[in-house]
Design a protein around this ligand. Structure first.
Ligand code: ZN
Length: 444
């Protein structure tokens, strides 16, 4: 008996230390059986089929041939549109497939040509069509490392970003089949063009959503998610990086913590490595135009890049690991579905020092969220990578919290009727939206 207790203690101690060091926390997220089943539908074979077709178009350079039925960016976008249309037909027309078109000047080219931009979008409408979760990838390719404006030579882009394009197209098909009625929020599966010329397609789409007055819950991009062997032979196919800038007001870090928790909840053997910066050094991705517009954005990228193949004719299909792409796509699916199934997060917060407690407790208030069945407060030290305490506050939109708010970050989130949690809004975040202060000072 005594030995058993000692063994138990020995087992417990590393777990506690691990928690302090910032091991992944599930943050109290639910594990939804429908999401688990849908994740199983993502197969390496289907992803390989899509990526091999993309590579077979020779080049998908934004300024390449648009007339040929077999080569160039025009043939590629028509095929993507046809595939998504077929996926919609298979779910009784549940997806709305369209081209999102426009024109932009290529500022990076010395002669500054104007290019036509054709994003391909498949919408899975939710109960609320004004609230959107964006899941994107760019289908254009280039051999920018030799000549950024070469629109004729082969640019296979199997990893950059055929891997992400395959994942997003397959996510659209699988999620449409499993959830033809959609979620609470609308999902936009977007295949961008013009990424390699300066995020032109994603900028166009982010501007359009703003113009239409849609509220973007989160903007995800899958960009280079299929390489598992680095230049030096190092291999890693068990983890993925998620890049998001940790702005408390915008909520990028909150999104990274959410995806980290989704990974721990749904895919514990596949490590999510949150990197709290916008992107890799000197690099960019299609989440950026959203972040610049105050929207939480996040990029999924392989753990190990191979710099000898990026933006080169050597970015070939043989070097994409589709079992790995499928793992990333499963994390995408769980993240997108969990967020889309949840209510919105509280838009505004307020706080007031509680006098009765000698100023050691705080009255926290937040704006009500339609569809929320209750709310939770999450607490972490400012140096903790993620939240360590969850407080159920019931149905009220205020709570007397026994924490010294000066010393911690507190996030508030909404819980839906089926248990799905929204992103957190950080209370008192610099630059964050506030409730009127007068209303916040009422002691309880
Ligand atoms: Zn890319």
């Amino acid at each position: 008996m005594r030995m058993t207790l000692r063994v138990l203690l020995l087992l417990l101690v590393p777990a506690l230390v691990g928690a302090q060091r910032g091991r992944p926390s599930t943050l109290g997220l639910v594990r939804d059986g429908r999401i688990v089943e849908a994740m199983r539908d993502l197969s390496p074979a289907a992803l390989r089929r899509i990526d091999s077709t993309l590579v077979a178009f020779g080049t998908r350079h934004t300024m390449s041939d648009t007339v040929s039925p077999t080569r160039g960016v025009g043939a590629a976008r028509r095929w993507i549109h046809a595939e998504l249309t077929a996926a919609s037909a298979a779910c009784g027309g549940c997806l709305r497939v369209e081209y999102d078109t426009g024109r932009a000047v290529v500022g990076r080219s010395p002669d500054r040509p104007t290019v036509a931009l054709w994003n391909v979008v498949a919408w899975l409408p939710g109960r609320d069509t004004s609230r959107v979760v964006v899941m994107g990838a760019h289908y254009d390719s280039c051999i920018c490392s030799t000549n950024a404006m070469d629109a004729v030579s082969d640019a296979p882009g199997a990893d950059d970003d055929g891997s992400g394009t395959a994942a997003v197209m397959e996510l659209a098909r699988v999620m449409a089949r499993r959830f033809p009625g959609g979620f609470d929020a609308t999902i936009a599966f977007v295949l961008y063009t013009g990424e390699e010329q300066g995020l032109l397609g994603s900028t166009q789409f982010a501007e359009r959503l703003a113009r239409e007055g849609r509220r973007v819950v989160a903007a995800f991009t899958d960009d280079i998610i299929g390489n598992v062997v680095a230049d030096d032979g190092r291999r890693n196919d068990r983890s993925v990086r998620v890049f998001a800038i940790d702005s408390l007001a915008v909520g990028g870090g909150e999104l990274a913590r959410y995806v980290w928790a989704v990974g721990a909840r749904y895919q514990p053997r596949f490590e999510v490595l949150p990197v709290l910066r916008l992107d890799r050094l000197g690099r960019g991705g299609d989440h950026r135009p959203f972040v610049e517009r105050g929207i939480p954005g996040l990029r999924f990228s392989e753990r190990l890049e191979n710099y000898k193949r990026q933006h080169l004719p050597t970015d070939s299909l043989a070097d994409v690991d589709f079992a790995y792409v499928a793992d990333v796509a499963r994390l995408n699916l769980a993240s997108v579905a969990a967020l889309a199934a949840a209510p919105d997060r509280p838009a505004q917060t307020a706080y007031a020092r509680d006098r009765a407690s000698g100023g050691q407790a705080f009255q926290i208030r937040w704006s009500a969220v339609p569809g929320a069945s209750r709310y939770e407060l999450l607490v972490r030290r400012t140096t903790d990578p993620t939240y360590t305490r969850i407080v159920d506050t019931g149905t009220e939109t205020s709570y007397l919290l026994d924490e010294q708010l000066d010393d911690v970050w507190v996030g508030v989130r909404a819980v839906g009727a089926d248990g799905h949690r929204s992103l957190t809004t950080v209370v008192g975040a610099p630059g964050g939206a506030r409730l009127a202060p007068a209303a916040a000072t009422r002691p309880r």
